[in-house]
Design a protein around this ligand. Structure first.
Ligand SMILES: *Cc1c(COP(=O)(O)O)cnc(C)c1O
Length: 372
């Protein structure tokens, strides 16, 4: 039996034509018309003023935090439940990551926990829109305003998700996207920082390009790295912006199809959609309730035996050996994160998933959960 893949990319219709143009014209490296067009098209889709495209979502986060020019030792508040590159970006900028737990329903940063973590050293907040659901941004933006904090959104999983009718990525000062193969749109590898008001864009471009100065090339006043994207990737990217609405529709169809088939299942928490949110269901995550006598790892292997591939949830930042070794988050506990990290996984969520495959996945889930 062929197993159902967890995720498969879809590429925009014009990708081959645009890429051929790069190849035929010789513009294959980090200059060429598609880079600016992709940046402009994506920034405007998000409702932001400018975009700076880079070679990964990790790079986007790194230059976004670096663009803020925070003093060393500044604190940045982020969710415990996220991917490690959020913490890496903060540490790379010489700052200290400070965690808050996540909400047990949206799995996004618990915005009510942020105020208590603000100290005289706090300079920024990094909300992460998890699995396609937006963070509750208004209370965060109000806190940021009150305390003069920058807001860097990590929207790598939530292309086109909406908070109160506004697309994510241009609500905070800067928004970071990934275009890795499993994201809602892909350029193979790639990322972008969207600048809501266009501020920081000059510095973002400078940080993307090894901190080359315009006054004297090869004379550097800051250590930079190479985060440039190629015209080839941007060519695919432009075709993806043209396709993004249909990808989002497909994800939302997937979300509601799973929802209809699994809502009666008593032992599973399913993704939610708050009334102020448009969830784009990047991944269809599920969390086992306390009555199930096994954890997600065992659930995953029972599903794998039925031909269903899954992926585990993130491991909390405070449970990362590499961060604990640095003396971070000592004796801190984030119970919601700990629980979903152990009890959650995501089901096949690719853009090519069929109704029949969703049916097979749901059958397998129900069988496994009726068996204890
Ligand atoms: C995928 C992802 C990233 C990293 O993007 P890459 O392009 O893989 O470097 C960052 N943040 C979140 C929340 C992600 O899901």
């Amino acid at each position: 039996m062929n197993s159902i893949p967890v995720n498969e990319p879809l590429i925009g219709n014009n990708a081959a034509k645009y890429v051929a143009e790069c190849v035929e014209s010789g513009w294959v490296s980090s200059e060429g018309r598609f880079i600016g067009e992709f940046e402009g098209a994506w920034a405007s889709f998000c409702g932001g003023k400018e975009g700076v495209a880079v070679n990964s979502g990790t790079a986007a986060l790194e230059i976004a935090v670096a663009a803020l020019e925070l003093e060393p030792g500044s604190e940045v508040i982020l969710p415990s439940y996220t991917i490690i590159c959020c913490a890496t970006a903060v540490i790379a900028a010489g700052c200290t990551p400070v965690l808050v737990d996540c909400d047990s329903n949206t799995w996004c940063m618990d915005v009510n926990a942020v105020a208590d973590k603000i100290t005289p050293h706090t300079r920024a907040i990094m909300p992460v829109h998890i699995f396609g659901h937006p963070v509750d941004m208004d209370p965060l933006m109000a806190l940021a305003d009150k305390h003069g904090l920058a807001v860097v959104e990590d929207a790598a999983e939530s292309h086109g998700a909406e908070y109160k009718g506004k697309r994510v990525g241009a609500i905070g000062d800067l928004g970071c996207f990934s275009f890795y193969a499993n994201k809602i749109i892909t350029t193979g590898e790639g990322g972008m920082v969207v600048a809501r008001d266009g501020t920081h864009t000059e510095r973002l471009r400078y940080l993307r390009n090894m901190c080359f100065r315009s006054d004297r090339r090869f004379r550097h006043t800051e250590l930079g790295r190479n985060f440039r994207i190629t015209n080839l990737q941007a060519a695919i990217g432009l075709s993806q912006v043209e396709a993004v609405e249909s990808h989002i529709e497909k994800k939302r169809w997937m979300g509601s199809t799973y929802g209809e088939q699994l809502e009666e299942e008593p032992h599973l928490a399913l993704p939610v959609e708050r009334d102020w949110a448009k969830n784009v269901y990047w991944m269809y995550g599920v969390v086992l309730d306390d009555e199930v006598p096994f954890e997600a790892e065992e659930f995953a292997s029972r599903l794998a035996a039925k031909g269903i591939a899954t992926r585990p949830f993130f491991v909390g930042m405070h449970e990362q050996p590499v961060l604990r070794e640095r003396g971070l988050f000592e004796s801190e506990s984030y119970p919601v994160t700990e629980r979903i990290a152990r009890r959650g996984l995501y089901l096949p969520s690719g853009l090519t998933l069929t109704e029949e495959q969703i049916g097979q996945v749901c059958e397998a889930v129900k069988t496994v959960l009726s068996d204890f």
